[in-house]
Write a protein that binds this ligand. Structure first.
Ligand code: PLP
Length: 370
């Protein structure tokens, strides 16, 4: 008898699906810096009420969480100002999980998912993993989505990120309404940054059974570490996504913290709203300071700003040397003049407390105006 089977590690790799074998790991820059504005989370922290709920999870950890997150789903519906008769919420382990589940629910291998590029990088990844054809199209002038181009793809799934990550730009209501009036498949609107934005498509859900709006507790709600997100859609659409997702996806601690964050009160939803307002005000100030450094951030509707600059990766490394971590982008589509001028490169800066912003600005000032 041998103590080994006949399958080697190399054979295991060959047994894997090609898409999985070839998929790179998600690689944000994980360098440890005193000032980290690289990931668009809430740099002010989390609502105190949510942190108290977390500290009290205790014995609940020994049991399974709720099957489909029903209580949380109802509270989210209240938060969105929708009625149970008009819309249904499906929760998930982060909105990533919801987005992935939408693709699993509706995408047969070979179906297309179309989106304006650049957008949230996980979309192309989930598309690949689900055997879908990722179909990027260019933006219209002024960074609105190009509805004709999107619709012309005839893709079964259309993905709009509003506001868009990484560009921070919004999508106009006219464009969304036009897409919804003509799309023949499923329309996904990713509103991860809705709390910072000038408008939301949530109120369109009751009139469009093929629309799902996804949101998250990871950004304005300050709970990125807990992984809670949701989608809101017609009962039919949400039910199908929930089937593809499966049970027990929101863990007990996350569920309690999210419920606490949604409760009324200065240390809960009040905290979230106050800090979203603060983020918007800080964003305006950050943008005007950045302009004095000779760079031109795109108009931001989110809690981060996107600054096209040449040689962004090198700039990012030099900023790291000064203890500041920003997100750098390169190889982005260059159909828009701002990105054509920067060779498809940019940095993305999360908005947070002004002390943090001034450290970022100091580092940038030293690097851009040597
Ligand atoms: C951060 C982000 C998400 C992911 O949110 P999670 O709920 O943490 O999975 C989804 N979409 C966009 C555009 C994001 O930037």
């Amino acid at each position: 008898m041998t103590d080994r089977g006949i399958v080697s590690g190399a054979v295991v790799a060959n047994l894997a699906r090609a898409t999985v074998r070839e998929l790179p790991r998600y690689q944000p820059d994980e360098a440890v810096c005193g000032i980290d504005v690289s990931d668009n989370t809430n740099l002010w922290g989390a609502p105190p009420a949510a942190l108290r709920a977390l500290a009290e999870v205790g014995a609940a950890a020994a049991r399974y969480p709720s099957l489909y997150g029903g209580v949380l789903a109802r509270r989210v519906l209240d938060y969105l100002g929708l009625d149970e008769r008009d819309a249904t919420v499906v929760t998930g382990c982060g909105s990533d999980d919801v987005l992935d589940s939408i693709m699993r629910a509706f995408g047969e291998p070979g179906d297309a998912i179309a989106f304006s590029s650049p957008t949230f990088s996980m979309i192309a990844t989930f598309a690949r993993l689900n055997g879908l054809r990722a179909t990027p199209v260019a933006y219209a002038g002024g960074w609105d989505v190009d509805t004709d181009r999107l619709l012309a793809t005839n893709a079964k799934l259309l993905y709009l990120c509003a506001p868009n990550n990484p560009t921070a730009t919004g999508v106009s209501r006219a464009a969304v309404e036009r897409v919804l009036s003509q799309a023949s498949g499923i329309v996904i609107i990713d509103e991860a940054y809705a709390e910072f934005a000038s408008w939301s498509a949530v109120s369109l859900v009751p009139r469009h059974p093929n629309l799902i709006v996804t949101r998250t507790f990871s950004k304005a709600f300050g709970l990125a570490g807990l992984r809670v997100g949701y989608g809101v859609a017609s009962a039919t659409l949400a039910g199908l996504v929930e089937r593809a997702r499966g049970p027990y996806k929101v863990n007990a601690a996350a569920e309690r913290a999210a419920l606490a964050a949604l409760s009324p009160g200065d240390d809960a939803l009040g905290w979230v709203r106050r800090h979203a307002d603060l983020a918007r005000a800080t964003r305006v100030r950050l943008v005007s300071e950045l302009r004095t450094l000779g760079v031109a951030p795109l108009p931001s509707d989110a809690n981060f700003v996107f600054v096209p600059v040449k040689d962004a990766p090198a700039l990012g490394r030099r900023l790291q040397g000064r203890g500041v971590l920003v997100r750098t982008h390169s190889g982005l589509s260059v159909d828009q003049p701002e990105l054509a001028a920067s060779n498809g490169e940019a940095i993305r800066i999360g908005v947070g407390p002004w002390e943090t912003m001034s450290r970022v600005l100091d580092a940038l000032r030293s690097e851009l105006r040597p």
